[in-house]
Design a protein around this ligand. Structure first.
Ligand code: ZN
Length: 231
């Protein structure tokens, strides 16, 4: 097998998914494909798809499956991803999206030619930790740069480009719990879905990012050795 590593990262909002995805993508030299970034890019471009996304996101809604898939297909062709490898961040969010992207299971029963997948990595973090992390989160409204403040009363910190990164209005504890419940309903079923395909690896995501990353690499070692092995 001479494929570059193909990895999906799952985890509740605030589980450190974006950070671990960025670290993994850099370490493995594969593209970091974030649907958050793709949505922002589509909105900036003002394409028909971007205009639909903007309308939904501005209204505080979740982007529906078909539109998510449109955005992903538009920016990341299957054939490209199969060749380059990837770290997918924020996608798939539902079993319907996963089925559309990775095809039915078992694969032998179909002629599906998707990008393929080596491992779905789930970052497991307790709800209380996630709520704490999100309430100390500050996000740049211009480019999505994200940081954590130690003191939750600090209103903003500058992003590398000098914009003030602020607390999002929906990052209150109550709003966070509502989104976590939605995550459990919508995205929770993906864990058994990937597990049934033999693709799920669960890692404890609690702790400083560098410690979590060490755990991630250790857990992925068998998979990565396999995909990097000379044919
Ligand atoms: Zn910024």
């Amino acid at each position: 097998m001479d494929n570059r590593p193909r990895i999906v990262v799952l985890g509740r909002q605030g589980a450190g998914k974006g950070t671990q995805c960025a670290l993994l993508a850099e370490h493995l030299a594969v593209p970091h494909v974030s649907t958050g970034d793709l949505f922002r890019a589509a909105v900036r471009e003002g394409s028909p798809v971007g205009q639909r996304v903007a309308g939904i996101v501005d209204g505080g809604g979740l982007v529906p499956d078909d539109l998510v898939l449109d955005v992903v297909w538009e920016h990341a062709a299957c054939s490209d991803l199969a060749a380059s490898g990837y770290v997918l961040d924020g996608f798939p969010r539902t079993v319907a999206q996963a089925e559309a992207f990775f095809g039915p299971f078992p694969p032998a029963a179909s002629t599906w030619t998707g990008p393929g997948l080596d491992v779905a990595l789930e970052l497991e973090v307790p709800v209380e930790v996630v709520v704490e992390r999100i309430s100390t989160r500050r996000v740049c409204p211009v480019d999505g740069w994200t940081s954590t403040v130690e003191d939750a009363t600090v209103e903003s910190v500058p992003c590398p480009d000098g914009h003030p990164a602020v607390q999002r209005s929906d990052d209150t504890a109550e709003a966070v719990r509502r989104r976590l419940t939605l995550y459990d309903t919508e995205t929770g079923p993906l864990s058994p879905w990937f597990a049934a395909r033999g693709e799920l690896v669960v890692v404890d995501g609690n702790g400083p990012p560098d410690q979590v990353f060490t755990r991630v690499l250790r857990a992925l070692e068998p998979v990565l050795d396999r995909s990097a092995a000379p044919t």
